[in-house]
Design a protein around this ligand. Structure first.
Ligand SMILES: O=C(O)CCC(=O)C(=O)O
Ligand SMILES: [Fe+2]
Length: 238
């Protein structure tokens, strides 16, 4: 039995179809998701983490991918830190939390709300899409939803809300959604990288000026995660 994910943002575990309602509208998302956190291959698993017992290789394969994704995250963090004119370890030192979400969108007879429009909350996200699968869309600055193709050998990297906060929206978190396509299922894997829950966090001085006043207050991420979870729980259909 997979453990139900009771904390929708920072928890781990399984949520079935309609277990999320990310745009807070309608009947919930058609995705079913398994959230895991990193753990050493030698175990033991952290509290709340359960792996599907029917697929013994799944855990090892997931953790192999997780290790590779974290290495990539560290490399990208250096690039983003330099891009915002900070020392190369600036983001790496802040990013102490990650979660990986394995997502399945079941096949349906018609197009559906796979995952409602949302931005991701962390620093940035590394997203793997099953090659050839369809459905991911991103909103352009011109307010147009465009498809994000699943190109074999490619990963999608996009900013999250914490990067928006840090850079006063110079690097913005894109609004995205998944519209399931009739007659096909879809798999994807998202890895979210977050800053330490207890370290106060706000726009860097270099991104704030009289012409560009701060759009965000300095916050403690823990409080923001709690607010987001309260909202997700309120709007969940479960
Ligand atoms: O399935 C996808 O490609 C999108 C997943 C996503 O946006 C998320 O997990 O936050
Ligand atoms: Fe997302």
């Amino acid at each position: 039995m997979l453990i139900f994910q009771s904390r929708p943002v920072m928890g781990t575990g399984y949520r079935p179809v309609r277990g999320y309602n990310l745009n807070y509208e309608g009947d919930g998302d058609l995705s079913e998701t398994l959230f895991v956190q990193w753990e050493p291959k030698s175990g033991p698993s952290p509290k709340g983490q359960r792996w599907p017992p029917a697929a013994p290789d799944f855990r090892t394969q997931c953790l192999d991918y997780y290790d590779a994704a974290l290495t990539l995250r560290d490399q990208i963090s250096v690039l983003f830190a330099l891009a915002i004119e900070q020392p190369e370890d600036f983001l790496k030192e802040k990013e102490h939390i990650s979660r990986m979400r394995f997502i399945h969108y079941p096949e349906g007879a018609q197009a559906g709300n796979g995952m409602g429009a949302h931005t991701d909350p962390g620093i940035f996200t590394i997203l793997y899409q099953q090659p050839g699968s369809k459905g991911l869309q991103v909103l352009t600055p011109e307010n147009e939803w465009i498809d994000v193709p699943a190109v074999p050998g490619h990963l999608i990297v996009h900013f999250g809300d914490q990067m928006g906060c840090l850079t006063n929206d110079v690097f913005r978190s894109p609004l995205h959604r998944v519209v399931t396509q009739p007659g096909t299922e879809r798999y994807s894997i998202a890895m979210f990288s977050y800053v330490d829950v207890n370290v106060a966090f706000g726009p860097l001085a270099q991104f704030v000026s009289a012409a560009r006043p701060a759009k965000y207050e300095t916050v403690v991420p823990q409080d923001e995660y709690k607010k987001l979870e309260t909202r997700y729980l309120r709007d969940s259909k479960l």
